[in-house]
Write a protein that binds this ligand. Structure first.
Ligand code: SF4
Length: 732
């Protein structure tokens, strides 16, 4: 049977999300075990996505027994998506790492820590500070990230460290830094509710950020909701208009819109004149993107292009632009993000309610990683190469300045390349699973298997990466340790410890502290003695930066106030009414973080994606989110029986019915998907959600990244997951 689009309980998660908000018990969520009666609650922030929902954890005798969404938290107002509801149950999985594992065999912590330090020291001593690296995550608390960065770089003398945020947010970082002068997402979630026109580009919040979508649904201004996406997604079905562009023609489309806005008088000349640089050069460049050219390159008719530009300049005052992975994961991702920023700047849609060029973050603490992981940026958004910045951080942290390296780390892909070349010999992975999630997976695994020393520190011992490790260090998970996350709207939220980690698993914080002791740099990090003590150090690091948080009076203030958005300087905290810093957006005064306080128009000619279709590989494969019940490599969400019921039972390739006829494939039949790098066999779902010549696979299946092509944006070094050339073969 052919359906267009195919929608079943398992596959159609937009309405399901709405139902969950209204009737969670219908799906078995939020039920308290009958033999337990909660006697207290603790407030926490969800540890999955960057929405940063507030959760109330119900306690019995000091241990968590259940949770419900927090009706008072200014992010989610009592709603949660399936992942949040199930945040506790995934902690009880049988494959939790409960003991250190050395070559797969359980050992005590003393043996594990000695082995770790002996091997890391041997490699660093023999081959220099670039020979060992850490690759961490946007999933742990930012105090832990900062401690890891300080321990590895200042204590152990490593030069290189990066995080899996390179796979999701590096593009937004690079784009904002160049255009605004600092990595500064300008919005607050109230902007979803206060916009007249919302333009989602490469974003599917219905399933990827369901609670943000709930905020859109609270908008009372009857907004126009525009989705620009090659696929017919859940969000595009709920939108007022969908622009199904050709894959990776987004940059041409955005420049074409700029052309039309200039042509049709949609500019805000006063804003451009007062607050930006480079517009004239950009206008001359955009003149080359006439509608005829853009229509041919994007597949969107001239009439629809003009309608879209007129919607943006319609005279309705508030237009907001939102993007996620469809933009960030591309071969020209940074310039594409900046093309969105250009549209907001030229129409004056920034710094006002319901406006903005707004990157939605991915992981729960991606923003924390961007500011405080001490990887490519020195703590607090500083620059390793700047001697004054190093002096400032030395003063703020008490670390001798000569221990702070004068160069930033290699990026993630460059670390992996160096491992292939043999200059990086040891990698320490923390709370991430690249054997599943990195592009061109077979190549990644070949390189990992060459390492002299591979360490994985994780909650689960069963991840694809942990199985390859020489040493596994068992870590506590969300709810089993304390610290803070920073969400997409720059809101710092606190999450407490509400249960004990299983076996001998320890909080990442404690593992780092133990390593410092065994390494012999415990005294250097003496002040980093608790998560809140680290929070205090990081406040000092943030002083006078755009992300200044010196006005926060510790964890208690974060807990009591429903989170605090950065910045909150000491001056602001003493002069603002508390109610005035509950919801804040940046750039209300039109002053940006560049040296002359002007935002910059940045642009570059579009180029064809690196891997083109051919007679041998005639289809374009795009990958991305499956359902709202799944999270990345499903290390956690795959452990919930309830979430399992909400996800497809097996991998399904989305294929257009017209292509199925040509290939002789039926709905539910099996095909082989083949690239130059690898192949897999999967069932087929026939659907007009994809166009002829394009196919889609969810990223959660561990085999999918055998297919993806390893290309990287040259500015952000973020991999592209959205344009691989594949062949489809019927298995009959
Ligand atoms: S939307 Fe994100 S933060 Fe909110 S409950 Fe779901 S996974 Fe957690």
């Amino acid at each position: 049977m052919i359906t267009a689009p195919a929608m079943t309980f398992r596959e159609w998660t937009g309405p399901l999300t709405a139902d969950l908000v209204l009737e969670p018990a219908k799906f078995g969520l939020g039920q308290v075990p009958s033999h337990l009666v909660p006697d207290a609650t603790a407030k926490a922030i969800c540890g999955f996505c960057s929405t940063g929902c507030g959760l109330k954890i119900h306690l019995k005798d000091g241990e968590a027994i259940n949770l419900t969404p927090d009706p008072d938290y200014p992010v989610n107002f009592g709603s949660a998506c399936p992942k949040g509801w199930e945040a506790l149950s995934v902690l009880d999985a049988p494959d939790r790492a409960t003991m250190p594992l050395l070559h797969g065999k359980p050992v005590d912590w003393d043996t594990a820590l000695r082995f770790f330090c002996d091997n890391m020291r041997r490699i660093l001593d023999q081959h220099g500070p670039g020979a060992a690296a850490f690759l961490s995550t946007g999933q742990i608390m930012f105090e832990e990230m900062a401690l890891l960065g300080a321990l590895a770089k200042f204590g152990m003398g490593m030069l290189h460290g990066d995080g899996n945020t390179r796979q999701c947010m590096a593009t937004a970082v690079a784009a904002y830094k160049e255009s605004f002068g600092f990595d500064a997402p300008p919005f607050t979630y109230a902007d979803f509710e206060e916009s007249d026109v919302l333009v989602f580009i490469g974003a599917n919040p219905c399933i990827a950020h369901p609670i943000m979508w709930q905020r859109v649904l609270r908008n009372k201004r009857s907004p126009e909701i525009i989705v620009i996406d090659p696929r017919t997604t859940e969000t595009s079905m709920a939108a007022t208009r969908h622009y199904a562009i050709k894959p990776k023609s987004d940059l041409a489309l955005l420049y074409g819109l700029a052309h039309l806005i200039i042509r049709d008088g949609g500019l805000d000349p006063a804003f451009i004149e007062a607050h930006t640089n480079g517009f004239e050069e950009f206008a001359a460049f955009a003149a080359g993107f006439a509608p005829e050219r853009v229509s041919a390159e994007t597949g969107i008719s001239i009439e629809r292009l003009i309608f879209l530009s007129k919607t943006i300049i319609s005279g309705k005052p508030r237009v907001s632009f939102w993007w996620t992975m469809g933009i960030n994961q591309g071969h020209q991702a940074t310039r594409t993000a900046q093309a969105i920023i250009n549209l907001a700047l030229m129409t004056g849609n920034i710094g006002k309610p319901g406006t903005g060029a707004n990157s939605i973050t991915g992981q729960c603490n991606a923003m924390g990683s961007r500011l405080f992981s001490n990887t490519t940026n020195l703590l607090g958004g500083h620059d390793f190469r700047d001697a004054m910045h190093r002096e400032k951080i030395a003063h703020a942290t008490g670390i001798p300045v000569e221990r702070i390296p004068g160069q930033p780390s290699l990026a993630y892909d460059q670390i992996i390349q160096a491992a292939d070349e043999g200059t990086v010999k040891a990698i320490w992975f923390v709370a991430t699973n690249p054997s599943h999630s990195w592009v061109d997976q077979n190549e990644m695994n070949r390189i990992l298997d060459k390492l002299d020393f591979l360490v994985v520190q994780d909650m689960y011992c069963s991840t694809e990466t942990a199985k390859r490790a020489h040493l596994v260090l068992p870590a506590a998970g969300w709810g089993e340790k304390e610290g803070c996350f920073i969400n997409s709207e720059r809101r710092i939220g606190h999450s407490p410890k509400v249960r004990r980690a299983p076996g001998q698993a320890l909080a990442d914080f404690h593992i780092f502290r133990l390593i410092a002791q065994y390494w012999g740099c415990g005294e250097l990090l003496r002040e980093w003695s608790s998560p809140e003590a680290i929070f205090r150090i990081l406040q000092r690091c943030s002083e006078n930066q755009p992300c200044d948080i010196t006005g926060i009076h510790g964890y208690e203030m974060v807990r009591q106030s429903g989170g605090v958005q950065w910045p909150l300087t000491a001056d602001q905290a003493s002069t603002f009414q508390a109610s005035s810093w509950k919801e804040r957006r940046l750039f209300e005064d039109g002053r940006f973080f560049t040296s002359d306080q002007r935002a910059k128009f940045v642009f570059e000619a579009p180029e064809a994606p690196p891997e083109q279709c051919s007679a041998e590989y005639p289809f374009i494969l795009m990958t991305g989110r499956g359902t709202s019940a799944q999270w990345h490599t499903e290390t956690r969400t795959g452990k919930s029986a309830i979430l399992e019921k909400m996800t497809p039972a097996e991998l399904m390739l989305d294929l257009h019915p017209a292509d199925a006829v040509t290939l002789g494939v039926r709905d539910g039949g099996k095909v082989r998907v083949v690239t130059k790098r690898g192949e897999l066999t999967t069932k087929v779902r026939l659907t007009s959600c994809v166009k002829p010549g394009e196919v889609y696979l969810p990223m959660h299946d561990p085999r999918v990244n055998q297919l993806t092509h390893a290309s990287f944006d040259p500015h952000s070094r973020q991999p592209s997951y959205k344009h691989s050339a594949v062949r489809i073969e019927s298995t009959h």
